[in-house]
Design a protein around this ligand. Sequence first.
Ligand SMILES: *[C@@H]1O[C@H](CO)[C@@H](O)[C@H](O)[C@H]1NC(C)=O
Length: 347
Amino acid sequence: MAILLCVSLSLILLPQVGSVRNCHPGCRCEVENYGLFDSFSLTKVYCSGVGPSSAPIPIPLDTSFLDLSSNSIYTITDSMLTGPGYTTLVSLDLSRNYISEVHPNALSRLRYLETLDLSQNSLEDLTDGVFTGLPLTELDLSSNKIQELRLDIFSTKAHGKPISVDLSNNLLAAVSRRPHTGPPNIKSLTLAGNLLRTVPDLRGIPLRYLNLDGNPISSIEKDVFVDLKDLVHLSLSGLPTLTAIQPQSFKDLQNLQVLDLSNNPKLDSLNPEIFTGLIALQELNLSKSGVMSLPDNILSYVPSIRSLSLGKNIQCWKTQKQGQFHRQIGQTKSGEVLTCDVSDISL
Ligand SMILES: *[C@@H]1O[C@H](CO)[C@@H](O)[C@H](O)[C@H]1NC(C)=O
């Protein structure tokens, strides 16, 4: 009975993968049906490595995911991402091409696009307004050549004629799937491996995850993270030129839980005031950085800390004060201490 129940449950809940007729040569198309009577379906189209094409690759109506990675694409023109199927895309992968240019209205018809991967391309700059009007929540721009990121790429109106939409036949559909308007809604932004010299101004974006690893940032200035109060995870790892973090740089990040400052060899001392405001911080990674000791009173700055990594392989964690087997620092009134797994470092 139990087995029967499991089997029938899995038939209902697991997606049933089918194939699609009329899939473009070289692409692989999959339809996943969900729900009791396959009432809900997702079409995914994989066209990685099919080669460059200036005309849009035809994709099935209602495609929600499209992979166009590794296709030697240099420019995304205004017409490449148009046609039936493209308007319903929720996720688009353009990674591993040679893209150096995205035309101003190239993405403007992708009115339901939430996830966009442009990593491993040759972008130096993006036109103002290129992401305006897209309901993007996840944007990966890592491994490009971006020197400066302006907020205008998300908020200014794109150039050219606005796209008029005929609602007469399709009013219901338009109402139930209202396109995104208003301020950017990006929750996850990856800018790792670019040429940014400073932390870009991201004010007004409700980011939860931000990755700036591997950029030539030499200093973190006060107020660069101002307003990012929803941020949960901030990665500033592998910054070969980072020498200084100004006190109170992170003071608005009241929800930050993870701060990765690992692999920053030139960062060798920390003023405790750097940690001002990080009341929710649980994980701090300083491994392979130049920082070898921690301020005595660090626990009073980061009361929620659970784990901290330091040096080559030193782990510290917060415990209630008990025996004296380990070196302990930062004792607070409640008897909580930071305990590290070595006894011979100067903390
Ligand atoms: C800290 O960073 C190092 C180097 O980037 C990484 O190997 C390690 O897994 C990280 N530790 C934690 C606890 O995340």
